[in-house]
Design a protein around this ligand. Structure first.
Ligand SMILES: [Zn+2]
Length: 374
């Protein structure tokens, strides 16, 4: 009888403690939702009132990245739009420029790029982005693929460092791009590389290897210790945080942004990822790779809104709480699939780390990004 009462009491205490845990988890989620946040990896290709409303609602500022293309016309349009939205709405947008590589063989190319970057920095650009076409698409006159450590880029990187600006690099692809593409039994493409065979390197021995591209990128980080170097999309090392840690240890000027790769973190052992965030809490930034398309129909707007709210809430839950999140399949998308499905537990990061990952590190690695949003 007596024993029974004790265990009842015990149960009450445990239930109460669990309730407290839930309250503290909720309040941390609320905390993250309420603080000022910067998403360092977005693509804002047009000025959309819905987006500004959403940024107010969710407490975000977007840093829009211009992306190098193989087509210099769309590249200039991206830079113009990024500059325009920043000039009109510095509370909502910061911007990162890029430069044309397709015309690299024209005389005076280096000076032209440096002059353009100088002008863009004067117009508020907080950094420069380089994209995966370097390493994977552009070729040198001798037929080899042009890599990021090619001497033609050296004076440009030196200039960026001298100006105290940041280089953000999306080099290569996730390692799965070098693995067989993934189709359903019915032959439906399941992963990005099945849908984009131009970026699938499986069984293409003439193409550069994953490690060649990673090594070329690492040479640049090493050669320019005064250059702040941010690896976009977890530096394309998203499959294993240990790979990122190796570079973090070697290069103090290296940081990463998540760039829509949260699901790869969810995929890895929770304790390992938690340790990564604890040890390198000053060098990880939040990014989603979302934004606004150049032209948007009312339907596009509804979809974009839904997408931005859905993903941020999902990722906030993962980073700020210890909730179980139903998860799907690494190769498909951020949305859970019916099969195969499993649960992951959120990282439950302390508030100080959330402050850094969602805001302070962006300010540290991209000085000026916080303009009108302090
Ligand atoms: Zn992107």
């Amino acid at each position: 009888m007596r024993k029974n009462r004790v265990s009842k009491k015990y149960i009450v205490v445990v239930v109460f403690m669990l309730g407290m845990l839930k309250v503290s988890a909720q309040s941390k989620m609320e905390y993250l939702n309420s603080i000022k946040k910067i998403d360092v990896h977005t693509h804002v290709r047009s000025d959309q009132p819905f987006l500004r409303e959403l940024l107010d609602e969710l407490n975000y500022k977007f840093c829009t990245l211009s992306t190098i293309g193989t087509n210099s016309k769309t590249l200039l349009a991206q830079i113009d739009t990024a500059k325009m939205v920043y000039e009109k709405y510095p509370r909502y947008y910061a911007w990162v420029t890029t430069f044309d590589v397709s015309n690299r063989d024209e005389p005076g190319w280096t000076d032209q790029v440096i002059n353009q970057l100088k002008n863009d920095f004067e117009n508020g650009a907080v950094g420069v982005k380089v994209w995966k076409a370097i390493g994977m698409e552009f070729k040198k006159p001798n037929g080899e693929y042009l890599q990021l450590d090619d001497p033609i880029f050296e004076p440009i990187f030196t200039f960026i460092a001298q100006q105290g600006k940041t280089l953000i690099a999306h080099m290569g692809e996730p390692i799965q791009a070098w693995m067989p593409t993934y189709f359903t039994e019915g032959g439906k493409p399941r992963n990005y590389w099945a849908k984009h065979p131009e970026f699938s390197f499986w069984d293409k021995p003439e193409k550069p290897s994953y490690s060649d591209i990673m090594a070329a990128r690492d040479h640049v980080i090493e050669r320019h210790p005064n250059l702040r170097f941010v690896g976009a999309h977890l530096a394309s090392l998203e499959f294993d945080v240990d790979e990122i840690i190796t570079r973090m240890e070697q290069y103090p000027n290296f940081a990463v942004e998540i760039g829509g790769r949260t699901r790869y973190l969810m995929w890895q052992a929770r304790g390992k990822v938690l340790d990564f965030f604890t040890r390198y809490q000053d060098r990880i930034m939040y990014g989603t790779d979302k934004g606004a398309k150049p032209k948007m129909t009312p339907e596009d707007i509804e979809n974009a809104k839904e997408e931005i709210i859905y993903r941020n809430q999902l990722f906030h839950t993962y980073y700020a709480t210890a909730d179980e999140i139903p998860w799907g399949n690494i190769v498909e998308s951020d949305r859970p699939l019916p099969e195969p499905s499993y649960n992951v537990k959120g990282l439950d990061l302390p508030r100080e780390i959330l402050d850094k990952v969602f805001y302070k590190n962006a300010v540290k690695w991209f000085p000026g990004i916080e303009k009108e949003y302090q």
